[in-house]
Structures are given as structure tokens and as C-alpha cells.
Design a binder for this molecule. Structure first.
Ligand code: CP3
Length: 358
């Protein structure tokens, strides 16, 4: 019998597990030499992401190398605005750039919801290919950006330090931004449902920039649209619940509201204390996080100590659920050996917090 590891899905649903499952945001990427080899062979990031066989190959790399408890689809959050015709490219040294940023009434009016099985077929094909290759060894996570995080790139035209353009739009023309967010929410709902139909067994919504919003604005311009997505998602596939993780980086101030959004799990960054987060969300959701990715640069002793500190802060699992992760994506300069040490520590040390009650 081939081993089936469903520890990750069980922890998301706050069921008993033998240890704390672990995966890492951006686990497939440039810190892995085997990733760089495939990327060089394909010529560019987008060429790699658009080839289902190659995307499958790099998705499996970190899972196999480190024995992680989940695979995450290899793709990018910016595939959705690209499918809306905004013209995505990745410029070396600059990051993502859109040829047609959405900054005017006309541009916002032209936005449409792309049919995922047509314009994003390479993503659903990758999901199907990966599920076949995984053969149930570990679950596959599908993902998308949040409507607000996608809008940040769409309006700014690329990465930004201060979000000056989108914030100006938010305060001066909230109706325009709401129009963009409304289209994004529908596009993301259809995109995620297509990933579920293709075989994604859990979903994560990356709200990477929600934490840049002022109090009040977060609820109105980010959380509200994530709630709409949650209302429209397929709840069950293959006879199993499809749990949803909501990750707002810098969202610690709004944990109660995020936990009440209808998600199954709240992802938290390293500024949050997990014991306090459990108390504030009353164990009604599971929690994912939250090691500072920079710990991976500090050597074996520090990695083991800080991993234990995160596990200790969550404590006895009891009625809760904990998925170990970083508080944000892994740095491209990380030594893969540091990840191996982290996986070893989390898998071994966490067992004490999962003692079965007689
Ligand atoms: O987690 C995984 O392993 C799955 C793959 C994944 C990628 N991007 C691959 C990628 C996921 C989940 C993402 C999400 C993503 N993309 C986010 C949200 C998560 C977060 O980290 O906050 C954001 C904001 C993006 C946008 C994006 N894509 C940026 C800013 C960049 C870096 C551009 C650069 O040149 O540095 C990307 C490109 C990208 N996406 C890479 C990878 C592995 C690197 C591209 C390469 O190989 O050159």
C-alpha cells in the first residue's frame, strides 16, 4: 500500500494528528538548485509556469527533498490579471510589470472575468498533472491572490513600496476601486473553483498587501471581497471538505474579523503570538504560521530553537489545529539545508503536543 499523508488536511480541519504538518510559502523556487535547472531549461518563469509538465516537476521538488506535508501548485497570483489582458512580464531586477495598468475609468470599465478553463487552462492542466503525479502522497494546495492584493499590482502596474497610486484611488475614487475589486472577486472565485474541479484539495488566498491598509479600509477594501469569494467557493469535492486558508500579511490587528470570514484557517505572520491568536479566535479556526523566514539564515541551533518556540507558543493542540509555516515566503537566498533542519525539528518536536487522550 502506498502511504497517504493527510496530516495537513486533518490539521486544517482541527482533527487529531500525530505531529504538526509543515509546508512553506514559496517552497518551490530559486533557493533550490533543481528549480533553477528547470527554469533555465524553460527560459523564463512564465514559460515554466505555462508548461504543466514542468510546473508539475518543480511542484514536487521541495515535497520530495524535504518530506513536506503538502504540495502547492506552481504558478503565480498574477496569472489572473494577465488573463484579463493586462500584459504581465517579469523584468529582471524589477519584478512583475503590467503593460496596461488599470488607472482610469475606461480601464476599469474594460475589466472582465476570464474563463479559467480557457485563458488559464495551463493552470488547471497543471493541477490535473500534479494530482496524478502526487498519487495521494500529500494533498495539493491551490491558490490565488486576494482581490485587493491583485488590485495593488494592477493599479500600480507592478510592485510598489508605498502603494501611492492605489491608495490615492481608494481615497479619491472609491467607486473605481470597488469596481476593480468586484471583478477581481468574481474572477478569483471562478479561478479557485476551476482549481478545485481540477483536483486542488485545499486553497490559500494570499492577501499579501491587506496589511498595508488603514483600520476600517482593510474591512471595506480587502476582507469584504475575500468574504464574497468564500461564499462562492465549492465547499466539497471528491466527498471531502476543501478547506480554505486566508493569509493576510500584517493582519494581526484584525484576527477576530478574519476568523469570522468563513475561512477554515487563518495564516499569520511572525508578529503574532500563536497562543494569543488561539484565544482571540477561540479555536474556531485553525492557524498557520509563523516562523520569521530570516531564522533560516541563523544556523542550525537557532533554527531548531525558533521552530520549537513557535510550536511551544501554539502548545497542546487540543481543540485547535496548527499548520507550521513561515510567516511569509521563503527567501531566494536560503540554504536548502536550513529547510531540511527545520522540517526535521518540526516533525520530531511537535509530537509531544499531539498525545492522544485515553
Ligand atoms: O509557494 C509556491 O511554491 C508556489 C508558487 C508561487 C509563486 N508565486 C512562484 C513564483 C506562489 C504561491 C506565488 C505567489 C505570489 N506571487 C505572491 C503572493 C505570496 C507572497 O509571497 O506574498 C506575490 C505577491 C507574487 C508576485 C510575484 N511573483 C513577485 C513579486 C515575484 C518576484 C519577481 C522577481 O523577479 O523577483 C514573482 C515571481 C515568482 N513567482 C517566482 C516564483 C518562484 C520567481 C520567478 C523566477 O523564477 O524568476
Amino acid at each position: 500500500m502506498k502511504p497517504v499523508n493527510d496530516t495537513f488536511l486533518r490539521a486544517l480541519k482541527r482533527e487529531q494528528t500525530d505531529y504538526t504538518p509543515l509546508w512553506l510559502m514559496r517552497q518551490a523556487g530559486r533557493y533550490l538548485p533543481e528549480y533553477n535547472a528547470v527554469r533555465t531549461r524553460k527560459g523564463s518563469f512564465m514559460a515554466l509556469a505555462q508548461d504543466p509538465e514542468a510546473a508539475c516537476e518543480v511542484t514536487l521538488q521541495p515535497v520530495e527533498r524535504f518530506g513536506l506535508d503538502a504540495a502547492i501548485l506552481f504558478s503565480d497570483i498574477l496569472t489572473v490579471p494577465d488573463a484579463m489582458g493586462l500584459g504581465l512580464s517579469f523584468v529582471p531586477g524589477k519584478g512583475p510589470v503590467f503593460e496596461h495598468p488599470v488607472q482610469t475609468e475606461e480601464a476599469a470599465a474594460k475589466l472582465f472575468v476570464p474563463d479559467p478553463e480557457e485563458r488559464l487552462r495551463y493552470v488547471t492542466d497543471a493541477v490535473r498533472t500534479i494530482r496524478r503525479a502526487l498519487d495521494n502522497r500529500v494533498p495539493l494546495i491551490g491558490f490565488s491572490g486576494s482581490p485587493f492584493t491583485l488590485a495593488c499590482y494592477m493599479v500600480e502596474g507592478g510592485s510598489s513600496k508605498d502603494f501611492a497610486t492605489i491608495k490615492k484611488m481608494m481615497y479619491a475614487r472609491p467607486d473605481l476601486l470597488h469596481r476593480i475589486l468586484e471583478v477581481n472577486a468574481r474572477a478569483v472565485t471562478e479561478y479557485l473553483n476551476a482549481q478545485v474541479r481540477a483536483g486542488a484539495q485545499a486553497l490559500q488566498i494570499f492577501d499579501t498587501w491587506g496589511g498595508a491598509l488603514a483600520d476600517g479600509c482593510f474591512e471595506e477594501f480587502s476582507l469584504r471581497y475575500m468574504k464574497r469569494i468564500l461564499e462562492g467557493l465549492i465547499k466539497e469535492n471528491e466527498g471531502k471538505r476543501v478547506p480554505v486558508i486566508l493569509f493576510t500579511k500584517g493582519g494581526g490587528a484584525w484576527l477576530e474579523a478574519i476568523a469570522e470570514s468563513g475561512c477554515d484557517c487563518v495564516g499569520v505572520d511572525w508578529t503574532v503570538n500563536l497562543a494569543q491568536a488561539r484565544a482571540r479566535t477561540r479555536d474556531a479556526v485553525s492557524l498557520q504560521g509563523n516562523l520569521d523566514p530570516m531564522v533560516l539564515f541563523a544556523g542550525e541551533e537557532a533554527i531548531r530553537r525558533e521552530a520549537r518556540r513557535v510550536l511551544d507558543s501554539f502548545g497542546e493542540t487540543g481543540t485547535g489545529g496548527h499548520v507550521f509555516n513561515l510567516g511569509h515566503g521563503i527567501s531566494q537566498h536560503t540554504d536548502p539545508e536550513a529547510v531540511a533542519i527545520l522540517a526535521d525539528e518540526v516533525h520530531a518536536y511537535s509530537r509531544r503536543y499531539h498525545q492522544r487522550k485515553a
